[in-house]
Design a protein around this ligand. Structure first.
Ligand code: BJW
Length: 262
């Protein structure tokens, strides 16, 4: 039976206060309060006829490289234009506190942004890659690019072609993200599994729990009956396996949790 609450309850405060090894899986919702759209929101501008799921595929990039490339370059500029929010900061503070007591808080994120890092946290793994690095579709050679010249707050009216790879001259560049149908980085997935298996508290923050295999990671907590706590304003695909579901924005609820951990 899931216990739902709009603020942290005494039960959750006790779990937080006694936890020494915490594992946190984050999704797009933790960056929503910074102004980064989640994946279930309608797209705007050049992409208004497409869902994020239509665009985040190899097929979409092969069919219309400029459309998909520009989507990523524009999202990169948006992420660079926004700041971490109190949810990112709370996790960074809690991680620092636990480390000072020889504990650990491991952050595993599905997000391709760098807002956890910019809040001062160390991220154990980016399961779906990073929007800031690029590689050739043919030879996989990494490539350095200048920052995109878009205004992150207004989608551009024209698309641009992805640049050619200078290393092999056959392929074009793509973002180092994981599209549907592609494998997740093995090391990040294994590290995430190990962190969840060895945690004494697992938090699932701001994810719809729709996208596999990341959405199955929290289930590993059930092997040792480790308490599972969800932080999300809405019910998700994972709600029924949770011990507690806190219904509200992560900026508010994670700040309450870090207070309770002191
Ligand atoms: C707030 C908030 C606030 C709002 N505070 N919260 C098993 C069954 C069925 C299908 C599959 C399966 N296994 C694999 C698949 C296929 C597929 C899949 O999962 N499909 C589903 C659609 C069903 N998975 C894959 O293809 C994966 N690869 C794979 O499995 O490889 C093995 C394989 C290879 C070949 C053949 C077969 C298997 C790869 C998945 C890659 C996902 N990539 C993306 C794009 C990354 C690049 C980019 O950013 O563009 O990752 S898709 C997108 O979804 C992105 C996200 O990381 C990911 C998860 O989304 P997330 O974070 O949950 O966001 P939202 O928007 O869904 O939810 C936001 C939440 O925030 C909501 O709940 C809000 O309520 C909440 N919220 N405000 C807190 N203030």
């Amino acid at each position: 039976m899931v216990k739902e609450a709009e603020q942290i309850t005494d039960d959750v405060a006790e779990l937080v206060a006694s936890a020494h090894r915490v594992a946190v899986l984050t999704g797009a919702g933790i960056s929503a309060e910074s102004g980064v759209p989640t994946f279930r929101e309608a797209q705007t501008g050049l992409w208004e006829r497409f869902s994020a799921e239509d665009l985040a595929t190899v097929e979409a990039f092969e069919n219309d490289p400029a459309l998909v490339w520009t989507w990523y370059r524009w999202r990169q500029s948006l992420i660079q234009a926004v700041e971490p929010n109190p949810g990112h900061s709370a996790l960074a503070d809690w991680q620092a506190q636990l480390r000072a007591r020889q504990g650990e808080l491991s952050i595993v994120t599905q997000n391709v942004d760098d807002l956890h890092e910019r809040a001062g946290a160390e991220v154990l793994g980016h399961l779906h890659g990073s929007i800031f690095t690029h590689r050739c579709v043919e030879c996989a050679e990494p490539a350095e690019l200048p920052a995109p010249q878009y205004n992150g707050f207004e989608p551009p009216s024209d698309s641009e072609q992805p640049p050619a790879c200078l290393a092999c001259a056959h392929g074009v560049l793509r973002p180092n993200v994981v599209w549907f149908g592609e494998m997740l980085p093995a090391e990040a997935f294994e590290d995430a599994s190990a962190a969840i298996r060895s945690a004494d508290l697992v938090l699932v923050v701001g994810t719809s729990g729709i996208v596999q295999p990341a959405a199955s990671l929290p289930l590993l907590a059930m092997e040792r009956r480790t308490p599972l706590v969800e932080v999300n304003p809405e019910p998700t695909e994972l709600t029924e396996v949770m011990d507690y579901s806190l219904r509200g924005p992560s900026g508010t609820l994670l700040a309450q949790m870090v207070q309770a951990s002191r």
